[in-house]
Design a protein around this ligand. Structure first.
Ligand code: DX5
Ligand code: ZN
Length: 222
């Protein structure tokens, strides 16, 4: 696995936008199309108003494919389910600062298990809420839509938070990735990149594109 730093552009198609009736074929398609990571949007129907899939799907994808699995837990009790997502083969596990858990302890347990640790915040959550954890993470996910569904419009009001996260990374001498997720495509990615993001989660704009490889290449070339 190539070690990537926050200076590397990473394109992470979201499986949420794939055909759930053909998950293996869709995963293979993303790999062939040049995806760096596969973003797995786990939803519990409580933290967000939608239910997607759980550890069994993560494990199935892991067992049949060799791609870095970027697992985004949009669930209320990430600490409770953590062992199952670790055992399923996650490479990076992102938990929400808004969820009901001891954030520092969950991040510690993720890294202790040998996974990379990510912390996510929703559009309405102040960037100050994640500052205490910046030295304990490998990735900060700034949601650019209200989580729950793909295909929503990019929220420009999140851009100042991305800029602040990038500034803190420099000031504090840290090196976490900054990931954006939601409404990312050729029209919106440039704004997020200019603000400091380097990991682009894209669902609709990649899996639903007429040419997935061209869509990924387009995002990589920005
Ligand atoms: C929101 C999901 C979506 C998905 C990407 O809960 O996390 O953001 O990954 O959806 P698109 O790229 O279709 O906006
Ligand atoms: Zn996501």
């Amino acid at each position: 696995m190539i070690a990537r730093t926050h200076r590397d552009r990473v394109i992470a198609p979201s499986l949420l936008a794939a055909d759930f009736g053909r998950i293996q074929e869709e995963t293979s398609r993303a790999i062939r199309a040049g995806a760096d990571w596969l973003h797995l949007d786990v939803m519990d129907g409580h933290f967000v108003d939608n239910i997607s899939f759980g550890p069994a799907v993560v494990q199935a994808v892991h067992e049949s494919n060799d791609i870095f699995l970027d697992v985004h837990l949009m669930i209320s009790r990430p600490d409770h389910y953590l062992p199952r997502f670790i055992a399923a083969g996650s490479d990076l596990i992102t938990v929400h600062v808004e969820a009901d858990h001891d954030v520092a302890e969950t991040l510690r347990r993720i890294r202790e298990a040998g996974c990379q640790a990510g912390l996510a915040l929703n559009p309405a959550t102040p960037i100050a809420d994640v500052e205490p954890y910046l030295d304990q993470i490998d990735l900060l996910l700034c949601m650019t839509v209200v989580p729950g569904f793909g295909g929503q419009p990019f929220m420009d009001e999140v851009l100042p938070k991305i800029q602040q996260a990038a500034q803190w990374r420099m000031e504090k001498g840290l090196n976490y990735h900054i990931e954006v997720d939601g409404g990312i495509g050729l029209a919106t990615a440039p704004k997020a990149i200019a603000a400091g993001a380097n990991v682009l989660v894209a669902g609709s704009s990649t899996f639903s594109a007429p040419d997935m490889a061209a869509a990924i290449q387009g995002l990589r070339g920005l």
